[in-house]
Write a protein that binds this ligand. Structure first.
Ligand code: CIR
Length: 253
């Protein structure tokens, strides 16, 4: 799929107050914004039109826009984020999403974070995680199956979201952690298995046949180079401190 647009949100000064399981210290707000701007520059360089929403200081995780909506050519699903502290974010993204797609909302009890939703052509792999539950996946499946998509639930054994440790990287290949390598859902794909010391680099973004990968993961970089696709490395040190990565920072469509 070729993307022409991205929606992003400027990280707020309050970024350090967001949710995290990482014990890497507090992120620096100014450096977070600089890394975010570098990410936007990459999207622009790849030919996307980028719309950036203003910071939402009351929601310190709100720049992780991927979690609050799932975009498809036919529709958008506004999620019901698994973490109560993030639920209010949906109200400020929905009006913009609705300008581009007919938007449906998941309801009370139908938990889902977009970080658990991996789309490969007409197939969705959705992580069953601490943020996404069976009810969320069932409702999502009901809505998208009407448009010819299939939905497969995948238990998330490590990492916050499915896409923290499994991503499609082009050429019928998934980049995934050793803990996900035996997952039957991915048996039709070639596998690149992450070095356990570099699991974070699993959040590599395949976009318009280019790979955007975090800098500082040399083993993964060498593995990705075998795909013979253009690779852009970018520093995400501050984003990582809040459990975020490259896919989380945008909605692409
Ligand atoms: C959270 O815990 O919700 C945020 N601090 C990080 C969300 C990362 N989102 C993603 O991987 N899609």
């Amino acid at each position: 799929m070729y993307f022409t647009h991205a929606i992003t949100r400027l990280p707020a000064d309050t970024v350090a107050a967001g949710l995290t399981t990482a014990s890497l210290g507090a992120p620096d707000a100014a450096l977070t914004r600089q890394q975010f701007r570098e990410y936007i520059d990459i999207l622009l360089q790849l030919g996307l039109t980028v719309t950036t929403l203003p910071a939402l200081p009351d929601f310190p995780d709100a720049h992780f826009v991927e979690d609050v909506a799932v975009m498809m050519p036919e529709l958008a699903i506004i999620t019901h984020p698994g973490a109560a502290a993030r639920r209010g974010e949906v109200h400020s993204i929905a009006p913009l999403v609705s300008r581009f797609r007919h938007a449906l909302w998941l309801g009370e009890g139908e938990h889902m974070d977009g970080g658990d939703v991996l789309m490969v052509d007409k197939r969705f792999f959705i992580g069953l995680s601490s943020r996404t539950n069976e009810a969320g996946i069932s409702r999502f499946a009901r809505e998208v199956e009407k448009f010819g998509y299939s939905v497969q639930a995948v238990p998330v054994a490590s990492g916050l979201h499915l896409k923290s440790v499994v991503n499609y990287v082009g050429r019928n290949t998934v980049l995934l952690s050793a803990s996900a390598a035996d997952e039957p859902a991915f048996r039709d794909f070639r596998h690149i298995v992450l070095d356990p010391a570099e699991e974070y680099a699993g959040n590599t973004l395949w976009i318009n046949n280019t790979l955007i990968t975090p800098s500082g993961y040399p083993h993964t970089l060498r593995q990705l180079q075998q795909l013979d696709l253009p690779i852009i490395q970018t520093d995400t040190s501050e984003i990582r401190k809040m459990d975020g990565g490259l896919t989380c920072l945008s909605l692409r469509f």
